[in-house]
Design a protein around this ligand. Structure first.
Ligand code: C5P
Length: 402
């Protein structure tokens, strides 16, 4: 992106020990393609020097209201005007109190008073301070005025206490920022998304599974949330962190996944079935650990019900999107599944291709819709593919309401 095209995030840094996490936050935001204008309070400069932020953001850090050189270089009204989003991280009890009281006695509070950008506040402090009724009152007041807050995380606090007060991890703040800046075109959708593999037990310690990492389904959940949808994510076993704000239901076997899907289906407006649902399960899982024997053993596998096909039979205005991981005859196989399962769209990918399918962060997909349109997409990240899939969903939604 050209520098002038980059959306600007104004980042207010106030004097808490979590200032060091704001350094990482700036690094991540710059990596994401944002221009970051850091504004520090005097207390924050006791923890981290402006030079650290300046080096990472590539911009002079704003610190003093009444410095003539700074005012000509940065300009406090320009900071207020150019910000797409104003983030305060970490936010102390002091800054929250000052904003709530309308005090503008330094650069940060002055710029905050002058900005029309949405403001996202990430508090960080001792648990007793956080729970103090005056602070809670200030937060309530500011929320009522349209300020956005991130809940502090729980855990070990620098003051020695355990509890709520930690600054959320920089990655989670970045995710919240992305979400705040995104157009909310999925606000009317209640998405039911499945992700990951199933594990079908053979005995108490072994199972049959597949190589699905869950990355595609989790990317769909993340992007869906960013675009304003309510998202229920039914996930097989994966190591991925659930996107903040998702309603997560865990399911191990295909039978458990089916049960969870059928329970959530009535409330959903669209279903995206990205899980690699196990097609078979061992006929009789053995109650004790299978012993090693001299000869071969024979496993008898029974088919699992096809969840998506069941949904297709009673979809009633819902949009159903399936996934097809294929190793041959990609389009023909996907088209057959689209028809047999009564889907609106199927996302097919040839898992033998480089950068496509299981475990990878990227995918090469072909989209086939119910009218017979086939669209091959180039290699892209799973998040970008999720964006394309939702664009398609909205197109199908618009068509069906005509
Ligand atoms: O038929 P196949 O398993 O290849 O179809 C893939 C699509 O069907 C995926 O969207 C997958 O989540 C879904 N599926 C299902 N129930 C199964 C198997 C697959 O819903 N038992």
């Amino acid at each position: 992106m050209e520098p002038e095209e980059r959306p600007t995030i104004a980042l207010g840094v106030t004097g808490g020990i979590a200032c060091y996490k704001a350094v990482e936050l700036v690094r991540l935001l710059v990596k994401e393609g944002f221009a970051v204008q850091v504004v520090m309070t005097r207390e924050a400069m006791e923890f981290v020097t402006p030079l650290t932020f300046q080096t990472l953001s590539g911009r002079p850090v704003a610190t003093e209201t009444f410095s003539l050189t700074q005012e000509s270089e940065i300009g406090h009204i320009r900071v207020a005007d150019e910000a797409k989003l104003f983030v305060i991280a970490p936010a102390t009890a002091n800054i929250i109190g000052k904003i709530a009281a309308g005090i503008a006695d330094d650069l940060l509070t002055t710029v905050l008073m002058a900005t029309r950008a949405p403001v996202l506040i990430a508090p960080s402090m001792n648990v007793h301070m956080y729970e103090h009724p005056i602070l809670q009152d200030n937060i309530r007041k500011l929320k009522g005025l349209g300020y956005h807050f991130m809940e502090p995380a729980e855990g070990y606090l620098a003051c020695g206490y355990e509890g709520k007060g930690r600054l959320p991890e920089p990655e989670d703040i970045v995710e919240e920022i992305r979400r705040r800046l995104k157009k909310k075109d999925l606000i009317d959708e209640k998405l039911l998304i499945t992700a990951g593999p199933n594990q079908e037990p053979l005995d108490p310690v072994r199972f049959i599974s597949n190589r699905s990492s869950g990355k595609m389904g989790y990317a769909l959940a993340r992007i869906g949330l960013r675009r304003g949808a309510q998202v229920t994510l039914i996930s097989g076993p994966t190591a991925l962190p659930p996107p903040p704000g998702v309603c997560l239901v865990r399911a191990t076997t295909a039978a458990e996944m089916r049960e969870a899907v059928l329970q959530e289906f009535p409330q959903a407006t669209a279903v995206l079935m990205a899980a690699a649902v196990a097609d078979y399960h061992p006929e009789q899982p053995i109650g004790r650990k299978l012993k090693r024997a001299a000869g071969p053993i024979v496993l008898k596998l029974k088919p699992n019900p096809d969840i998506l096909r069941e949904l297709g039979a009673r979809k009633n205005g819902r949009i159903l999107i399936g996934f097809a991981a294929e190793t041959e005859e990609l389009v023909a196989n996907a088209r057959k599944k689209l028809r047999e399962k009564n889907l609106d769209l199927i996302v097919a990918n040839d898992v033998t291709q480089e950068g496509s399918g299981f475990e990878s962060d990227t995918n090469v997909a072909t989209l086939l819709d119910r009218r017979g349109t086939v669209r091959s997409l180039p290699l892209m990240s799973k998040e970008d593919l999720a964006e394309r899939i939702f664009d398609y969903l909205l197109m199908l939604r618009a068509e069906s309401s005509q």
